[in-house]
Design a protein around this ligand. Sequence first.
Ligand SMILES: CC(=O)SCCNC(=O)CCNC(=O)[C@H](O)C(C)(C)COP(=O)(O)OP(=O)(O)OC[C@H]1O[C@@H](n2cnc3c(N)ncnc32)[C@H](O)[C@@H]1OP(=O)(O)O
Ligand SMILES: O=C([O-])CC(=O)C(=O)O
Length: 372
Amino acid sequence: MTATTKGLEGVVATQSSISSIIDDQLTYVGYKIDDLARYSSFEEVIFLLWNQRLPKQEELDTLKAKLATNMEVPEAIIEHLRSYDLSTVHPMAALRTAISLLGLYDEEAEVMDAEANKRKAIRIQAKIASVVTAFARIRKGKDPIQPKSNYNYAENLLFMLNGKEPKDIEVEAMNKALVLHADHELNASTFTARVCVATLSDVYSGITAAIGALKGPLHGGANEGVMKMLTEIGEEENAIPYIQEKLDNKEKIMGMGHRVYRNGDPRAKFLKDMSKQLTELIGEPKWYQMSVKIEDYIKKHKGLPANVDFYSASVYHSLGIDHDLFTPIFAVSRTSGWLAHILEQYANNRLIRPRAEYNGPTSPEYITIDKR
Ligand SMILES: CC(=O)SCCNC(=O)CCNC(=O)[C@H](O)C(C)(C)COP(=O)(O)OP(=O)(O)OC[C@H]1O[C@@H](n2cnc3c(N)ncnc32)[C@H](O)[C@@H]1OP(=O)(O)O
Ligand SMILES: O=C([O-])CC(=O)C(=O)O
């Protein structure tokens, strides 16, 4: 057996043609994230991740139409959401359970051929936006909003969330955030999804498992943590003493650091630009200003760069999204990547089963329970 590496750092666990991080550059199917963030719609990226090529206009139109028409969720899911005490349930917990439940209403859930799996991918990608937004509205005592078939994915997401026609700038920002969060090589939640389906379990199980992994604050959950931190700081002048105290207490600063990127996350600059623009637009530039101060300080004193979660917090806040919905919105986007990886895993599968180096006691004498 080879030596263990804590947290599997640097271990290459699979081959994949979906996304890559080489020398701090992120690509989806070889396309630079900078180009995709500037020019692509989220639907184009979904097509790219699932088919390993960019769509022609007609193919894109078909995918957009399929996503829009599949957004409706079974009434039973809505009723289930209504049955929780939503004041205490974390939205990621509700999402995890709702997606698992969704599988019970999909007649093809257990059908394991490639075409059926692609059909399920469309249904899951479409419906996850409705589940998150329905949750958001039901807990405020409002009814879920039906998607519009002529809206694109980002528009529908905002529309179903806020109940009003989104502004162009908001749609543009949401689209870009969805593109930037869509996939990221073998991050923890994607790895979780692949491990799950490599047992030949079903797609819903893979997505449910991945949601569970994304929920944690060391992964997707960090974006909610960033906004919590900014809110606690309150004003720009409090930022550095607050951060220094956290560092003195050996606490981690959410949204900072990354396992793979050492010199900076290429997605962060787009979110940073959007944060500047949108926080000004809503008349709350302090969130951006505070974030810049923290980023500079952590870079200088810890050598750690901001990751994708750092500026996405103030971006989502500016779009009027509740802070505990930031990670579910991340999940809506990352579902596209999880699904791509699940399909890729099925297409060339082998059970994922590494080894553990045993470091427990050896040969203790067994004493029967009456003598212990
Ligand atoms: C979408 C995403 O998942 S992006 C990541 C989102 N997560 C976060 O933002 C949470 C905060 N960041 C972190 O916890 C880490 O940087 C991770 C989990 C992202 C990466 O972790 P790892 O590569 O395992 O690094 P690890 O946690 O071992 O940290 C290495 C050192 O840097 C320090 N460090 C890393 N991140 C931070 C941070 N955000 N704040 C303060 N110190 C940090 C650690 O304390 C450790 O210091 P030490 O060697 O003195 O003990
Ligand atoms: O790759 C990682 O470890 C975490 C990350 O940035 C992501 O999932 O987007």
